[in-house]
Design a protein around this ligand. Sequence first.
Ligand code: SF4
Length: 231
Amino acid sequence: MSVVFAGLDAKVSGVQDQLERAFIEAPSVDDVCLTCSFQAEDVLLLKLALELRPDLPTLFLDTGYHFAETYAYRDRIAREWDVNLINLLPLTTVATQEAQHGLLYQTSPDRCCAARKVEPLFRAVANYKVWITGLRREQAKTRAALEESALFTLPGGKQVLKLSPLAQFSTADVWHACEDLSIPLLPLYARGYSSIGCEPCTSLPLDPGDARSGRWAGRKVECGIHIQAAR
Ligand code: SF4
């Protein structure tokens, strides 16, 4: 790694150690999943995790509203890295939802995210004991207190261990680690996007100092999958 980011080696080693411990404590491949949006931090974490557990179940929330570039990139990485990719589908197709409710991402993005992200994700994660995410504290104020390891309560009361090994990584750390590991990135970054979700709810950042300011045009900051169910 470069001299400028010399501390990055230790951070990456720390992530590898944390993943290794998680896999030792949950030896069955059916016990641990990783959620991957195919943004840079998730792909970095996926790369590190696959070195330890090549058949790791990797969950992608296929809302039906992603950029064509995201789908193409997902397929490329899945093919080249032989990822055990599990595509999570909502209960209703985009066509059915739009026929019944119109463009919910315009009229009620919370309802749209609840149906196309939160419900399918929580339904899938309930099948595992450990849930690994690429969340980072620096991504948003709502993530500033993120813990690397915490119990997460799903609707219905089941608890899973949620691990966020990249919690302390900065955006620069992610980019340099990806560069050092020769990880190709989602091409949308090269067009100026700094946080990439569903196409209708993603724009170029409105505030250059806030990577997620291009999400939902400032109407909300989280889709809900990282928010605890009401107890
Ligand atoms: S991000 Fe937008 S399009 Fe995607 S599920 Fe949420 S509201 Fe719907």
